[in-house]
Write a protein that binds this ligand. Structure first.
Ligand code: NAD
Length: 251
């Protein structure tokens, strides 16, 4: 039997990048996945490409939209076994030069979006004894120039994961996080020019020295699939680092 056979899954921000790779791998492993994104065209295209079970879009900063999309997924799938909180944005700015509006925005997407989706999914996950996978980042573990507010949001996602795991353990719900290093998506492409300007080092050299190669969205989907599966039933409150050794290295 496939690892995720029959699992009913909702993935935020799955029209592109890591979320799309998660939706694709989960589908390949037997899950029934509802794709969700604030970009409706991207979500439809991804769902068609993947052969996903359906689409239920939301902007994760809008709580009513998140509640409605999760309900739509539950109605379509007949319940919910796995929520993947993947939707996230980056801001590239020296921390103390970032505008307060932009600081609030990144917290609204990365932190509050994760929180409201966990809340909306919980009653359904209680029924299924399901689980949650939050996509955090190594930026939640170490600091990086230009990524101050992003680092703070991802640290918050790791902490939400821990506390939700502890509080929901009696209900049989597991909650884990994945912390990738730099991976090959549009988000990193957008960051490269600012990183190169700030460090005066070609980004490819930095990646080669620190993490061997860029991660692929599939690398991350593999870990998410494991955590969501019944192979991981004793794992909760954890965060899994996959970064080619970047956070392990002092030099
Ligand atoms: N790419 C990396 O190197 C990397 C590393 C660590 C963690 N992450 C995290 O992985 C997740 C996915 O990143 P990615 O690189 O695939 O990004 P991406 O920008 O390539 O794709 C993000 C997707 O999320 C959607 N999205 C953005 N804001 C949204 C919102 N408010 N509501 C709903 N959908 C929204 C976008 O439309 C897009 O489809 C993010 O949480 C990111 O922080 C990425």
């Amino acid at each position: 039997m496939s690892e995720l056979e029959g699992k009913r899954v909702f993935v935020t921000g799955s029209g592109a990048g890591i979320g799309k790779a998660i939706a694709a791998l989960f589908t390949e492993r037997g899950a029934k996945v509802v794709v969700s994104d604030m970009n409706a065209d991207a979500a439809k295209q991804a769902a068609d490409e993947i052969g996903a079970a359906g689409v239920a879009n939301c902007d994760v900063t809008e709580e009513a939209q998140v509640q409605a999309a999760i309900q739509q997924a539950v109605d379509l799938l007949g319940g919910l076994d796995v929520l993947v909180n993947n939707a996230g944005i980056e801001v590239s700015s020296p921390l103390l030069q970032q505008s307060t509006e932009s600081f609030d925005k990144i917290f609204a997407v990365n932190v509050r979006g994760t929180f409201v989706a966990m809340k909306a999914a919980t009653p359904h996950l209680v029924e299924s004894k399901g689980n949650i996978v939050n996509i955090a980042s190594i930026a939640g573990i170490g600091g990086s120039p230009l990524l101050g507010s992003y680092c703070a949001t991802k640290a918050a996602v790791i902490q939400l994961t821990r506390v939700a795991a502890v509080e929901m353990r009696p209900a049989g719900i597991r909650v884990n996080a994945v912390c990738p290093g730099f991976a090959d998506t549009a988000m990193v492409e957008r960051l490269v020019p600012d990183f190169e300007a700030a460090t005066q080092v070609p980004f490819g050299d930095l990646v080669a020295a620190k993490q061997g190669r860029l991660g692929t969205p599939q690398d991350i989907a593999e870990v998410a699939a494991f955590l969501a599966s019944d192979r991981a039933t004793w794992i909760t409150g954890s965060h899994y680092v996959l970064d080619g050794g970047l956070t392990a290295s002092l030099v």
